[in-house]
Design a protein around this ligand. Structure first.
Ligand SMILES: NC(=O)c1ccc[n+]([C@@H]2O[C@H](COP(=O)([O-])OP(=O)(O)OC[C@H]3O[C@@H](n4cnc5c(N)ncnc54)[C@H](O)[C@@H]3O)[C@@H](O)[C@H]2O)c1
Length: 383
């Protein structure tokens, strides 16, 4: 695809949570800043989405609540503890000063009691007026990178996005885009959103999904599908609290379960496990997933897949967020409102409508070319 420069050439984003995922994304803007000409950017899924390149994205506001980040320039805050994401672009710009967000249920008592390198330390700064601050920033959209289990805080920030008249990208397993009540609020405000709970560029979710699809396409019976995940970043530590972990497990299992549902195949009891399994600080931002998939084929003959996937968790997530931001901007320009079906199914674990891999990809490719697909047309009628 050739690069079609867009006249509105910038996408301004505001971000909640200057943790590891944002560190990788922010470094990515520097890493890819000169990738303006070729049709292919190594490491990036789509070089051009509706005329926008990764280098067209500008961070205009950042909010956090940790005393080691609030009041610091973004370019310093992303390298502050407890972040442990790999440093692959050290010379990032200073960027906006990180502002004090609203704590609500974003920080658990467990995370406040953890050693400083693996936990959160809440700042005593005064929280900003969120809606006014978002309006002043001129942001086109707000990205939610809060810790898992931040139900009230996510709802608070989603409402702030609506009140500031900007789009919303919900990267975490709090159900907003996939909750019809919340989607209706965005439709009423004539705003698009993408969610919920991003799936990585080549991570455990997409691998589980395509293995499940492959099994069904080849006529196999899936007796058991296990995906165990371990890691050493604060995301994994935060999920040591069982009550916060529940939504992540549900979201991860949704990815696999959806492929049964789309084909009308029942999921037998105890035949599925996908979820974070433990926190191992030694691993830092390296996430390791272990798959065990037990299948039956011709004549009931067994086929077993044992696989291990090892990734850098935060870069892997930034690789989809850099696209999701551009889908939202293009949708906004086309007047598409509500939870974007194709891009949500392609970039998130729990979208409002699950799709097969190939269908979600086609929807995204079409939107990238500003072509109206059936799902985009359906969305336009909601405007
Ligand atoms: N590949 C991935 O890493 C991946 C994939 C899917 C989903 N996610 C989700 O993305 C989210 C972010 O992941 P991460 O690794 O960056 O987490 P992180 O723990 O590194 O960062 C979370 C940040 O949020 C801040 N915070 C806490 N409460 C806040 C509040 N009320 N307001 C503003 N800031 C607040 C923390 O201080 C911290 O800086 C998590 O929910 C994670 O599950 C990550």
């Amino acid at each position: 695809m050739s690069h079609t420069t867009n006249s509105n050439s910038e996408i301004k984003i505001a971000v909640i949570g200057a943790g590891n995922c944002f560190s990788a994304l922010y470094q990515g803007f520097t890493y890819y800043k000169d990738s303006t000409e070729s049709d292919n950017i190594p490491g990036v899924m789509f070089a051009d989405i509706g005329g926008y390149r990764p280098s067209d994205i500008k961070v205009v506001a950042v909010y956090d609540v940790d005393e080691r980040k609030v009041g610091k320039p973004t370019g310093e805050a992303i390298f502050a503890k407890p972040n442990c994401a790999r440093v692959f672009a050290p010379d990032v710009p200073a960027g906006p000063i990180v502002q004090m967000g609203h704590v609500l249920d974003g920080v658990s008592s467990y995370m406040q009691e953890q050693p400083a390198d693996f936990g959160f330390r809440v700042s005593d700064a005064k929280p900003v007026d969120m809606v006014q601050s978002l309006k002043d920033s001129g942001a086109d959209l707000l990205v939610n990178y809060l810790p898992v289990g931040s139900q009230q805080a996510s709802e608070f920030y989603a409402q702030a996005a609506i009140d500031a008249n900007i789009a919303f990208l919900n990267c975490i397993p709090v159900f907003i885009a996939s909750n019809p009540k919340w989607e209706q609020k965005f439709i009423d405000a004539k705003l698009p959103l993408i969610g919920d709970d991003m799936r990585s560029q080549l991570g455990a979710s997409v691998l589980s999904q395509v293995l499940q699809e492959l099994a069904f396409d080849r006529g196999m019976v899936v007796d058991f599908h296990q995906q165990l995940n371990i890691g050493g970043n604060t995301d994994f530590n935060n999920m040591m609290v069982q009550s916060r972990l529940a939504s992540k497990k549900e979201s991860k299992e949704n990815v696999i379960r959806a492929q049964n549902d789309l084909r009308g195949i029942a999921v037998p009891e105890h035949s599925l496990f996908a979820g974070p399994s433990t926190f191992l600080p030694y691993l830092k931002d390296n996430k390791v997933a272990y798959f065990n998939i037990r299948l039956r084929g011709f004549g009931d003959a067994s086929v077993t897949i044992d696989a291990k996937l090892s990734v850098q968790d935060s870069e892997n997530s930034a690789g989809v967020v850099i696209d999701a931001i551009r889908y939202l901007k293009v949708a906004k320009e086309l007047g598409v409102v509500g939870a974007l079906r194709g891009p949500s199914a392609w970039t998130q674990k729990t979208p409002p409508e699950q799709m097969m891999y190939a269908d979600a990809k086609l929807e995204c490719e079409a939107l990238a070319k500003r072509r109206l697909t059936p799902s985009v047309k359906r969305q336009l009628t909601k405007a």
